[in-house]
Design a protein around this ligand. Sequence first.
Ligand code: PLP
Length: 348
Amino acid sequence: MNNLCNKATLEAIPSLSNKESDLIQKVAQTYPMKVTEYYLGLIREPGDPIYKQCIPSEEELSDPTGQSDPLQEDQHSPVPRLHHRYPDRVLLVVTNNCAIYCRFCTRKRNISDKTTAITDTELARVVEYLNDHQEVHDVLISGGDPFSLPLNRLEKIISAIRALPHIDFIRIGTRIPCVDPEQVTKEFCAMLKKYHPLYINVQFNSPEEITPRSQQACAMLADAGIQLGNQSVLLRGVNDTPEVIKKLVRKLLGMRVKPYYLFIADMVKGTGHFRTTVETGLGIIRSIQGWMSGMATPQLVIDLENGGGKVPLSPCNVIEKQDGKYTFRNFENKLYEYIEHQPSQTRS
Ligand SMILES: *Cc1c(COP(=O)(O)O)cnc(C)c1O
């Protein structure tokens, strides 16, 4: 189950050459491949946006850039599975298993290990740590994919955290609605509904991923009262143009998912061929802001190498500032002046 890369899987891909198939199997020995039947079925031809996200590429083995743990998550882990990098929130990695292994994964270092899920002892230590850290108000449950855990395991984790009064809300990060939507069942939603306030961040990277089935999965979660956000990764050859991202965010809003973050791909070893420039990201944001509903703009973010953390990036619209006089640029690239009045101060 763990490594679904075999000949039968690859035969399901339309017009894949034998040579390509051999290469894929070679890369998968270093960086495992796993993909659901549903997601594989979305591939139309080798090299399309779905294919690129889930099928190993030779370039993974020849990446001269990157580190295995660029965010230095392993160094900000006070107890196993918990990452406390920011003042008021923590990241809890509950499993290293996923429904598919995205080729650009930030935690590529973890997926080749044997599948492990958080144990009761580990959960108890996490709860103890949170009890001692009353400044934490937001627990982000991630992985791996938390939704790949059995329902009762996931409920045990969520309920243990929910029992802590200083935790204001819980967040879950998952790709299941996108890559294995059938897993979002009524039972699943009924369980989650008991633990509000609950936010879920899904991950759709390309408009081709939005299908009647993934729409249905998001609708069920939204009907359970869960606020849905989307975290996309900017990926070369997949979604690195304004046209694609604009189409994506429109489709997301149409299924009650608010675009939350758009990430510059992390400096992870083996993913260099996906990385875009910062300017590409800023250009995409410029093409959305003002041109589309304010609801449509995700925050562009870069998660810095060497553990610098997330830095939000925005196109610079302050052109000049002098003696309380600003020059701003609007979405049409026209300049406007703004004079700031400071009522309590008199100037000479
Ligand atoms: C991304 C991340 C969070 C959550 O960040 P937000 O900006 O609040 O979405 C929390 N902890 C860690 C370690 C993270 O990497």
